[in-house]
Design a protein around this ligand. Structure first.
Ligand code: ADP
Length: 368
């Protein structure tokens, strides 16, 4: 096991495509780091850079505290798996796990046997060692693939969208399995996915990448509660954060349909600006204004357009003034809202994120 560190890594492909633009991140020994971002943002490139399959243009890659720049993949001892359950169908579970050891030719028969049986015990595969992959469940295949990656005792495990081609049920089953295995094995892991909910469910921390640049590195909770910018705020969370164009004067933030008074700290942060984008998580929409709050709450009139089927109205209500506001379908508020047939809701100034429309930066990241 080892820590992995990238310092100011730049990767520009020969055709001029900039895939990684000054990327710095550190993965602690034993940590599960999820790397997430839209297609083409540089995730696979970053993984290949750590594996040694891709030369970097500039910067440093450290594995276990040692500079790995220029080291070929086989000297890095990191295990990489694309589709973790792509096993050799003609080989038994035992032979599938032993395969990398036989190829490496560095262990005796006895040693190989010991390593395979150790892995099999840890992974709960003793009963199926002589079976072929075809008769295994999805979860068992996943374990075999992990066993195969683990027998060489890699410094780190690199997983590239391992669940991307599976159906939703198997996907969530294997997701839980991967999390469990990683905790058991304690191997430093970098897990690439384009699915934010997968990254949030699995990562001790999550790196959000966009156009080759790190947008934020944080625990799932921090990413959700304190997004660094508009991109992260929009990318993380389902249903997504709502964005409302607004203007600010002193401590008053005005939307097209209502206004609200923000705290002194927040007002200081946005001082000198006129235009802002206010961001609101759906679960922060409330049904009642709390008494005596001095315009901490803005009343938002809602208007359900005619012809919208109920099941859609449940998720979205049109604001009278135009922009849409989604209500969290899981939220207590939404249920009560629907039961009572309300035509207005309230927004607490405390739960508003305020973004700079030009840079996208969250000006109030730590104040929500
Ligand atoms: P992701 O894994 O997030 O989808 P990639 O790392 O595959 O992103 O790609 C990042 C960017 O680099 C994309 O614009 C992609 O088209 C480009 N790219 C990837 N591989 C190559 C290559 N071998 N040559 C040129 N451009 C590439």
């Amino acid at each position: 096991m080892a820590a992995i560190e990238l310092r100011n890594v730049v990767k520009t492909y020969p055709n001029g495509t900039s895939a990684l633009d000054d990327v710095s991140l550190d993965i602690a020994d034993g940590e599960f780091m999820a790397l997430v971002g839209p297609s083409g943002c540089g995730k696979s490139t970053l993984l290949r850079v750590v594996a040694g399959l891709e030369e970097i243009t500039s910067g440093e890659v450290l594995i276990g505290g040692e500079l790995a720049n220029g080291l070929p993949p086989n000297e890095r001892n990191v295990a990489m798996a694309f589709q973790t359950y792509a096993l050799y169908p003609q080989l038994t579970v035992y032979e599938n796990i032993a395969f990398p050891l036989r190829v490496a030719k560095s262990s005796s028969r006895r040693e190989i046997d010991r390593l395979v049986r150790d892995a099999s015990r840890t992974l709960g595969l003793d009963d199926v060692l002589q079976s072929k992959p075809a008769v295994l469940s999805g979860g068992q295949r996943q374990r075999v693939a992990m066993g195969r990656a683990m027998v060489r005792d890699p410094q780190a495990l690199l997983l590239d969208e391992p669940l991307s081609n599976l159906d939703a049920r198997l996907r969530s089953e294997l997701r839980a399995e991967i999390a469990w295995l990683q905790r058991c094995l304690g191997t430093t892991t970098l897990y690439v996915t384009h699915d934010q909910s997968e990254a949030m469910a699995l990562g001790d921390r999550v790196v959000v990448l966009e156009r080759g640049r790190v947008q934020q590195i944080a625990t799932p909770r921090d990413l959700y509660r304190h997004p660094a910018n508009l991109f992260v705020a929009d990318f993380v969370g389902s249903p997504p954060m709502e964005f409302l164009p607004s203007t600010v004067t002193g401590d008053v933030v005005e939307f097209s349909f209502a206004w609200v008074r923000i705290s002194r700290e927040k007002a200081a942060r946005v001082h000198g600006r006129e235009q802002l984008i206010a961001g609101l998580r759906p679960e922060h929409v409330r049904l009642e204004e709390l008494a005596g709050t001095d315009h901490q709450y803005a009343r938002i009139p809602l208007d359900v357009p005619p012809g919208v089927p109920d099941y859609l109205a449940e998720y979205e209500r049109e604001l009278a003034s135009g922009p849409r506001l989604s209500l969290d379908p899981r939220g207590d508020y939404t249920r009560r809202f629907l039961e009572r047939g309300r035509d207005d809701v309230y927004v607490n100034a405390k739960s508003l994120h305020l973004f700079d429309p030009a840079t996208g930066q969250n000006l109030t990241r730590d104040l929500v």
